[in-house]
Design a protein around this ligand. Structure first.
Ligand SMILES: [Zn+2]
Length: 422
C-alpha cells in the first residue's frame, strides 16, 4: 500500500483530516519508525475512535498485554489513590489504582482527576497500555475519555481499598488499613526540596506488622494509637512491603482498638517465595555458621565488615571489634541466612566482646570465637523471629529473637497440637 492510502485509511478510521495524518506519517517514517508502529502511534495521538469513527469495542481486561498499544475497556473502579510525583522535572498530582471487568484486574495511572469513585462502572476509551513491573497498566492520558456507564457491572474483585496488612503488596495504591502504631520516630531527610521531616516506624494489625513512612507528618500518628489510614500506597523497602502515608492520606482514630497479632509463622520455603516478610517466625535446623561470624571488625566510617584491614569503600581502616553470627537455617523446604546482632550473639556465645577478645588472644586466632558458636548452634533446632528480605544474594533474616526450640518438646507438641486443631 502506498503512503497515501495508509494515510487515507487511518484518517477515515480516526475521523480526522487526511493531510494532517499524512504529514505526521511521513515525519515518523523519516525518523525510521516502522510503518506499523507509526500507525499505532498516530492512532494513539488522534485517539482511536475519538472522532467520527464510532465507539470502539471494549477489550477484555484479561486480553491486555504490555504490547497491546492502546485499549478501550468497560470496567468497575476498584480503588482510587492520589499521589504527587515528579515527572520530567515537573510536579504532578496523579490518580492511580485498579479497575476490573469479569475477566481480570488491571492497574491504572491517570494524569487528571477523572472524578470517579470505587464501585462505579466506567468506559475508559483509548488508554495507552504500558508495562509496569512486568504487568500491563492503563495510562489514562489526554487522549483518553472516561465515561460512567449506564449500568453497573459486578466483578469478582473486591471494590474499595480496605485491606489487612498481610494483603498489601508492593505497587498497591489507594489502600485503607486499620492499624496500631507500634513504633514511630521523626527523621530529617535530604529530600528533593531540601531538608524535610518525615515519620517512620512500624504498624501492626491482627495479620502482620509492616514498616511505614509518612512523607507529610500527621500529628495523629503516634505510638500506641489505633488508626484508620485511608489512601496509602505500598512500596517495597528492603524486600518487604512498606506502607506510605502522604499528604493525600486521611488519618482517623478507629472506633475500636486494633490488637496486633504475633509474627507470621511460615516455612522457610514459603517465606522465601513471598520475596520477603516483615516480622516472620521460622523454625529450622542451624546447618552451618558462615564466614564473617564471631569476632569481626567493622569500618568506623560505614559499619561494613572489614576484611584483612580493608573496607570495600574506605580502603585501609582501623576496624572496630563487634560480634555477629550469620547462621544457615534449614527446615527442609528452604534455607535462609539468619543474622544475629551483638546482643543475640552474646547470648548464644555465652560471653561478651571482652570474653571474645580474650579467647581470640589466647588462641592467637579470632576464628575460635566463631568455632565456639558453631559448636553450640550447628545441629540444633531454633525458632527465629525477625525480618526476612530476599535479593540476588539470597534470603537474609535479621533476627529479633533466636531461641532453641528442641529444648522444649512439650512446647513443640502443644504448638503442633494447636495447628492440627486449628
Ligand atoms: Zn567503610
Amino acid at each position: 500500500m502506498e503512503l497515501e492510502s495508509h494515510a487515507e485509511d487511518l484518517a477515515s478510521d480516526l475521523g480526522v483530516d487526511k493531510t494532517e495524518v499524512k504529514t505526521d506519517l511521513e515525519n515518523l517514517l523519516a525518523y525510521s519508525v516502522p510503518l506499523d508502529e507509526a500507525k499505532q502511534s498516530l492512532r494513539r495521538k488522534y485517539g482511536d475512535g475519538g472522532g467520527d469513527g464510532g465507539t470502539p469495542s471494549a477489550t477484555a481486561v484479561a486480553e491486555i498485554t504490555p504490547n497491546t498499544g492502546s485499549a478501550t475497556v468497560t470496567v468497575t473502579v476498584l480503588t482510587v489513590g492520589t499521589r504527587r510525583i515528579q515527572y520530567r522535572g515537573e510536579d504532578h498530582v496523579i490518580r492511580e489504582g485498579a479497575v476490573a471487568d469479569e475477566t481480570g484486574r488491571i492497574s491504572y495511572t491517570a494524569w487528571e482527576d477523572f472524578d470517579v469513585e470505587p464501585g462505579e462502572t466506567v468506559t475508559i476509551a483509548n488508554a495507552s497500555v504500558r508495562e509496569w513491573e512486568g504487568q500491563p497498566e492503563l495510562n489514562v492520558g489526554e487522549h483518553t475519555s472516561v465515561t460512567v456507564a449506564d449500568e453497573a457491572q459486578s466483578v469478582p474483585y473486591e471494590v474499595g481499598g480496605d485491606a489487612t496488612l498481610a494483603d498489601l503488596e508492593p505497587g498497591d495504591r489507594g489502600r485503607t488499613v486499620e492499624v496500631l502504631v507500634l513504633d514511630v520516630e521523626s527523621r530529617t531527610i535530604d529530600g528533593r526540596d531540601g531538608e524535610t521531616e518525615i515519620l517512620s516506624g512500624v504498624l501492626g494489625d491482627e495479620t502482620a506488622r509492616l514498616p511505614f513512612t509518612d512523607w507529610d507528618p500527621h500529628d495523629a500518628i503516634a505510638a500506641e494509637r489505633s488508626l484508620r489510614l485511608e489512601n496509602v500506597y505500598v512500596r517495597e523497602f528492603r524486600g518487604v512491603p512498606s506502607v506510605n502515608v502522604s499528604e493525600f492520606s486521611a488519618v482517623e482514630p478507629t472506633d475500636e482498638a486494633v490488637e496486633p497479632g504475633g509474627p507470621t509463622e511460615l516455612s522457610v520455603g514459603e517465606a522465601v517465595d513471598r520475596g520477603g516478610v516483615y516480622d516472620v517466625a521460622l523454625t529450622g535446623n542451624v546447618i552451618e555458621i558462615r564466614d564473617g561470624s564471631g569476632l569481626i571488625q567493622r569500618c568506623p566510617e560505614c559499619g561494613r565488615v572489614v576484611k584483612k584491614g580493608q573496607c570495600r569503600q574506605h580502603g585501609d581502616v582501623e576496624g572496630e571489634d563487634d560480634l555477629r553470627v550469620k547462621a544457615i537455617l534449614d527446615d527442609g523446604t528452604g534455607t535462609a541466612t539468619v543474622v544475629l546482632d551483638d546482643e543475640l550473639t552474646e547470648a548464644v556465645y555465652g560471653g561478651d566482646i571482652d570474653d571474645a577478645r580474650e579467647q581470640a588472644r589466647d588462641a592467637m586466632d579470632q576464628s575460635v570465637v566463631a568455632d565456639t558458636i558453631a559448636e553450640r548452634l550447628v545441629g540444633h533446632e531454633y525458632r527465629v523471629r525477625g525480618h526476612l528480605s530476599v535479593d540476588e544474594y539470597g534470603s537474609t533474616l535479621e533476627a529479633t529473637d533466636f531461641d532453641r526450640s528442641d529444648d522444649d518438646p512439650a512446647g513443640r507438641a502443644r504448638t503442633l497440637l494447636s495447628e492440627v486443631e486449628a
